[in-house]
Every structure is written in C-alpha cells, then in structure tokens.
Design a protein around this ligand. Structure first.
Ligand code: FAD
Ligand code: DLZ
Ligand code: SF4
Length: 507
C-alpha cells in the first residue's frame, strides 16, 4: 500500500497539508473517534457531537471523491480508545510505506507524535491552516522585549496586504477600537442565529454522545452548529450580511437572553478546519470594499483573526510547555461550583454560565470581563480555570484557550501577553450590559451584603496583589485611588471579600 494519512478531528480541511499529494488510487485516509480525546478533559457534549458529526461528514465527502477512508467509530468494539492505539492498529491493517500527518493543535498531541516517530515511518507536515507559521512567529518574537499583539498585527497586515492602501493602513489608522465600545441600544434587535437542524448522521452522533458522555457538562437539545463546510460557508455569508455591519460597534456589548448579538459564531468551524482564516479575512475585506460594511467593523473583525488568533497560536507554540506552569499572582482558590451549576445570585455570571451550558458558546467579552474577570479578582487557581474553559466551549483547544485564559484573563504569565490584568469592578459590566437591572446585588453599592461582589473583590484583588502590581505604570491610577482609602475602608473591603468568598461552594 502507499501512504496512510491521519486526519485529526480539528484538521477537516480538504487542502490540509496531509492531503496535498494524496493519491486516491494508493493511499488511505485514517480518521478515528477515540475516547481519550473526548475525556482528557470532559468536553461539553456539544463539542464532542460537533466534532464527531463534522468528522463523519468530512469522511463521507472524501469517499464521494473516490478516496479510500478508514474511519474508526467510537463504538467499534476493537477501538483501543487512543490516537496511538488506533494508529498502530491501522498501520498493521494497511502496512503502508509511510504515515503522513499535519502538526497538531496541542502540545499534548505533539508529544505523542514524537513517540510515533520512534516506531513508525512518520512525516509530520507544517500546519498550513494558519497565516503565520510557528517558525515565522518565532522569528518575529526573537529578541523582542515584549510580545504585544498590536505590533504583531501590524506586521501581519503589511505581510498579507489585508486592509492596506499601499504601505499605509486603510483609513489612515491601524485600529478603530475607540469606536468599538458601544452599549447596545434597547431598540436594536440582533439577527437570529442561523441554525442547522441535525441530519441523520448528526442525529446518530448526538445519540452516541448522550449515551457515552451523558454526564459531561452541557445540553445537547438545541444543537444547531453547522457540521459541513457548505453549511459553515452559509454561516459566514449570513454573518457578512447581517452581523459584520454592526460587529465593531457592539463587539463588547452584552444583553441578557441574547447570547450571540452581532458575533460571527465561526470559531468552532475555523478551529476544526471547516473554514480557513485567510478566506474569512479576505471575505470580510471584500464586504468592506463593496460598501455596506464600515471600516471600524471590518478592521475590528479582521484583527480578531489575523491579529489575536494568529498571535495566541504563535505565542502558545513559542512558549510551551513552560507557559502553562506559571502562576504570577499565586492564585490558589478553588473554582466555585456555580461555574458548573449556574446557581448564583450574580445575574451576569448566571446568564453567562447558562448560555455556555445551553450553546457551548459565550462571546469574547463574556469570557473575558464576566467569567474571566470574576476568576481573576477572586484569585482562582489558573489550572482549574483553564480546565473549565477547555471543557465548556465548542471552539476550545489548548493552543487558543491557554494564552487567552492563562495570559489575557488571569495574568498568570506575569505580563508576557498583556501589560496589565483586565481587572474591573461591576461598573464595567453595568455599562456594557443590562444584567445588573435583574440582579439581586446592587451594582452601585460598594460595601455590605447587598453590594455587587465585583466591587469589593476588585479592590481586594488590588490590595492582595499590591506587591506585584502597584509598581506597574498602567496600574498607577487605581493604586493612587487605593492610597486614599483609610484603614476602616480597607478593613471593610477585606471583610466583605472574605465573607463572600468563604460562602462560595466549590463542589
Ligand atoms: P467573533 O467575535 O465573531 O470573532 C471572530 C473570530 O475572531 C473568532 O471566531 C475567533 O476565531 C477570533 N478571535 C476573536 N478573539 C480571539 C482571541 N482572543 N483569541 C483567538 N481568536 C480570537 N477562542 C477560541 O477559538 N477558542 C477558545 O478556546 C477560546 N477561549 C477563550 C477564553 C477566554 C478567556 C477569552 C477571553 C477568549 C477566548 N477565545 C477563544 C476567543 C474568543 O472569545 C472566541 O474566539 C470568540 O468568542 C468566538 O466566537 P465568535 O466566533 O462569534 O467570535
Ligand atoms: C476534541 C476532539 C475530540 C473530542 N475527539 C476527537 C476524536 O475522537 N478524534 C480526533 O481525531 N480528534 C478529536 N478531537 C480533536 C483532538 O483533540 C485534536 O485534534 C487535538 O487536540 C489536537 O489539536
Ligand atoms: Fe453582575 Fe454585579 Fe451587575 Fe449583579 S450587580 S449583574 S453581580 S455586575
């Protein structure tokens, strides 16, 4: 036999490097559903269903092209349950001349692949689904004192020509973020989510996931993710028309009962390979150039993908495995149970956990400024917060989850990613959402049992981390305010924070 080509569940792209020289006459494509990947953390049921359904549809499309696919289902009695076991079994079955695979998304699997090299004729190819290769990012990072996303992003704009007018940025500015912080007016009705009712293949997968992983977090009823490239392209087209023209303006806004607003909902498909980062950025640029999409919206959206997404991926590979081990603020509290149950009187957290359970989705500001901000100012241990984020979102893979949580949210990397922690009091959430109106706590109150916990936890965080943070020039404003607090006010903050944190169940 010719070549055995292993396609992992998040590599479902026809132009993936693994398939570039595919010989349909001689080669076999191997795809495996394995228990170890669904349980190394106990993924949200919708994530597993999304991925298995997308894998089965991808295999079907390859077969329709005449490609030989060896697809191992989870419930195959001979399934060993791991990548290594299934690759070895397939190697014995097909006796190929060589095995070809593309670099994985996660360090964990990269280490597995190093072991495979020992026993198999293995070729690992560079992941061609990103706009910046690992080597190129490392060359960019080499010798730099700080690795700021904004500098990287400008470099990527120049290199790709996206939103450029010759050597200058379109519209004379690189970044229109100051225009992208609007609260959502009551009168505005966001577009409906484009939902894809499961077909027979997806229904079968949903039944399998309920039977095998029924105890995992999350609901499966209401599963609406697209699981084919064609449907993913439909979502993209719908977003360019309905969402992108307002994406920038309301990117940071939150509204109770409206989980999706003007966001694209493409991250699970991008991360699994059903969409390609370059095609998405080019489509957004085209929509801007054709008119109807303001520059602040197109730039804001392209920056998320060309900037943030490529940057976190580069940082992950440049800094792993040590990156995951730091805990710059020595945070060690256990994760509160409400992150799983949603049972809390804090309306903002209840809403964000609830939609995460129902849809395996929360948008960026909910992840950063509600769920993440609470974990930061409550001093939750990084490893527990990271595991939670890796479990609960349909788009979660360590290469993207870890820098966002460890670096951006928790500042556990001590400032590699962000110059200061994103700590905020309840006022930020009140300004950007309507959650506070329906909350048992009072966002305007600073102290006492009915005060918004974000308010005293914020000051308590600054007090507890003064040694590490007060010298940071970007934190000088809040620390100057804190200096004016007398001993009575400080004692009140410590008492409120202690009482509240001690009241949180952790199991
Ligand atoms: P949109 O708001 O429409 O944005 C468009 C695209 O930009 C996204 O699909 C995504 O591909 C990209 N993007 C935006 N922000 C980021 C970012 N900070 N890092 C990387 N890509 C970005 N994204 C993941 O894909 N997987 C994760 O596991 C993940 N974990 C996160 C954890 C935290 C604490 C935070 C703050 C952010 C995380 N993000 C993660 C980034 C971001 O929240 C999601 O990509 C976004 O919410 C997905 O929804 P969307 O497709 O509607 O995005
Ligand atoms: C996330 C996931 C799950 C739940 N299951 C599988 C699987 O059964 N087979 C597979 O090939 N991939 C799966 N994945 C995606 C992998 O975890 C992913 O490829 C690695 O994390 C590397 O990024
Ligand atoms: Fe959240 Fe505080 Fe507002 Fe309640 S009052 S919704 S806890 S920010």
């Amino acid at each position: 036999m010719g070549t055995l080509r292993l396609i992992l569940g998040d590599q479902l792209h026809r132009r993936i490097a693994t398939l570039s020289d595919l010989d349909p006459e001689a080669d076999i494509v191997l795809m495996v559903e394995v228990r170890a990947e669904a349980t190394y953390v106990r993924h949200h049921k919708q994530k597993i269903a999304f991925l298995f359904a997308a894998m089965r549809h991808f295999a079907q499309d390859l077969e329709a092209e005449g490609v030989g696919v060896d697809y191992v289902r989870l419930d195959d009695p001979a399934n060993t349950g791991s990548f290594t076991g299934e690759l070895e079994r397939a190697f014995d079955r097909h006796k190929p001349d060589r095995v070809v695979v593309t670099e994985p998304g996660e360090w964990r699997v990269w280490e597995m692949m190093q072991d495979w090299r020992e026993s198999l004729p293995l070729e690992i190819r560079e992941d061609n689904r990103f706009l910046c290769s690992r080597a190129r990012f490392e060359a960019w990072a080499e010798g730099r004192k700080s690795l700021r996303m904004e500098t990287f992003y400008r470099d990527m704009r120049k290199r790709t020509g996206l939103l450029m007018e010759g050597a200058e940025p379109e519209g004379g500015r690189w970044n229109f973020d100051t225009e992208n912080r609007k609260a959502l007016p009551k009168s505005l009705e966001p577009p409906e989510r484009l939902a894809f009712p499961p077909d027979a293949i997806t229904r079968e997968v949903i039944e399998l996931v309920e039977a095998e992983f029924g105890a995992h977090f999350g609901r499966l009823d209401g599963f609406a993710w697209p699981v084919t490239r064609a449907d993913a392209l439909t979502v993209l087209a719908g977003f360019l028309k309905e969402g992108l023209p307002r994406f920038g303006d309301y990117q940071d806004a939150m509204r109770d009962g409206e989980p999706f607003l003007y966001h694209s909902l493409i991250s699970p498909m991008l991360n699994a390979g059903l969409l390609d980062a370059d095609e998405v950025c080019r489509a957004a640029e085209r929509a801007y150039r054709e008119g109807g999409v303001p520059l602040n919206c197109a730039e804001g959206f392209i920056r998320q993908i060309l900037g943030w997404r490529e940057y976190v991926r580069g940082l992950y590979w440049a800094r792993m495995p040590d990156y995951a081990r730091t805990n710059a603020l020595s945070a060690k509290r256990d994760l509160p149970w409400f992150y799983w149950s949603g049972e809390t009187e804090m309306a903002c957290l209840k809403a964000c956990v609830g939609q995460t359970r129902d849809h395996a989705y929360a948008h960026h500001i909910q992840r950063l400024m509600v769920l993440g901000n609470f974990a930061l100012i409550a001093g939750i241990a990084p490893a527990q917060v990271e595991e939670w984020y890796l479990v609960v979102y349909a788009d979660a893979y360590e290469w993207v989850e870890l820098p966002n949580v460890h670096g951006m949210v928790l500042w556990a990397d001590g400032g590699v990613m962000g110059s200061k922690p994103y700590a905020a009091s309840g006022a930020y959430i009140d300004r950007m959402s309507d959650y506070c109106r329906g909350c048992a706590y009072d966002v305007k109150a600073k102290a006492g049992p009915t005060a918004c916990p974000f308010n005293y936890l914020y000051w308590n965080f600054l007090i507890e981390n003064a040694e590490r943070l007060s010298g940071n020039p970007r934190m000088s404003m809040p620390y100057r305010t804190l200096e004016r607090f007398g001993p009575k006010r400080r004692a009140e903050i410590a008492a409120d924070a202690g009482r509240f944190l001690d009241s949180l169940a952790t199991s």
